[in-house]
Design a protein around this ligand. Structure first.
Ligand SMILES: Cc1cc2nc3c(=O)[nH]c(=O)nc-3n(C[C@H](O)[C@H](O)[C@H](O)COP(=O)(O)O)c2cc1C
Length: 260
């Protein structure tokens, strides 16, 4: 590495360190100044409505001991041409971002998050129908947002050439667009900045790792596979879900399908 590249790298490495905490004036954060806490979930738009997800308990039978699931975890980039069921989708969403305890003023999730701030929203691209127990369409192909508080989906739009658009958004990683279901995680950084100001951005990135790891393990438990994807086209990925790119933007994605 030449001297200038190395200097640039040293600067960029700073985000991985916690020196920022000493530089942050916590007496001036929006939380300390009494600004109202931002919503923990995106409010419903005027035209949006909740589509409840079924209870997966008793329907989906997660298989494998924790030890087996951890030992067999791998990135899967080829998927069988089979649909997922709505109970399986429900399980995957619960495992990766669901609510485990809803106490007054304190909603706790199945994944940890720095200060319980949970800056992440889950978006879904369904390139094929998700079916119910009888094989009928439960969720048509299209773009959706997950509402963890109600454990429901919000339909955002249609599916016109969605697989192709997803693959393009994933920098032409074709396997991503071939999955029946693609998780797109977006960050709304202010949820964390409200409390931690400049000390937010490393922990937002760390939060994402927990979400995706839970998805790997949950997918493995129901015969599915996934692959973490951090190489994507920022503008195209934002555009898929109408995100403004400043206050909310895609940060990570993961296609899911039945594994061979
Ligand atoms: C942060 C992160 C970003 C990744 N981005 C991509 C990606 O863009 N495309 C891809 O095919 N795999 C991606 N992967 C998957 C890795 O290539 C994979 O985890 C690694 O090769 C090890 O394989 P394993 O997961 O099967 O153990 C990513 C993994 C992580 C954790």
């Amino acid at each position: 590495m030449n001297k200038f590249t190395l200097m640039k790298m040293h600067k960029l490495r700073d985000i991985l360190k916690d020196d920022v905490r000493r530089r942050t004036d916590f007496s001036q954060t929006d939380q300390t100044l009494g600004v109202a806490m931002p919503p923990i979930q995106k409010p419903l738009g005027a035209e949006e409505r909740l589509l409840p997800l079924p209870d997966w308990r008793g329907v989906v039978q997660p298989r494998g001991s924790l030890e087996e699931l951890i030992a067999n975890r791998r990135s899967t980039r080829a998927y069988l041409d089979l649909p997922l069921s709505s109970a399986e989708l429900s399980f995957l969403l619960w495992a990766s971002q669901g609510v485990r305890k809803d106490a007054p003023g304190r909603v706790l999730r199945t994944v940890p998050s720095a200060g319980n701030r949970h800056s992440v929203e889950t978006y879904l691209a369904l390139t094929r129908p998700v079916v119910d127990q009888q094989g009928a369409t439960a969720f048509a192909p299209g773009r959706y947002r997950y509402a963890p508080l109600e454990h429901a989906l919000v339909h955002l739009g249609d599916a016109d050439q969605l697989g192709d658009k997803v693959a393009q958004a994933a920098l032409d990683q074709a396997f991503v667009g071939r999955a029946p279901l693609i998780f797109f995680w977006a960050s709304l950084p202010y949820r964390t900045e409200w409390r931690y100001a400049e000390a937010s951005h490393k922990v937002i990135a760390v939060d994402l790792g927990h979400i995706c790891q839970n998805l790997y393990l949950a997918a493995g438990a129901i015969g599915c596979g996934t692959c973490a994807v951090a190489a994507y086209d920022q503008a195209r990925a934002n555009l898929l879900f109408g995100l403004d790119g400043q206050d909310e933007f895609i940060v990570y994605l993961a296609p899911v399908g039945k594994a061979r």
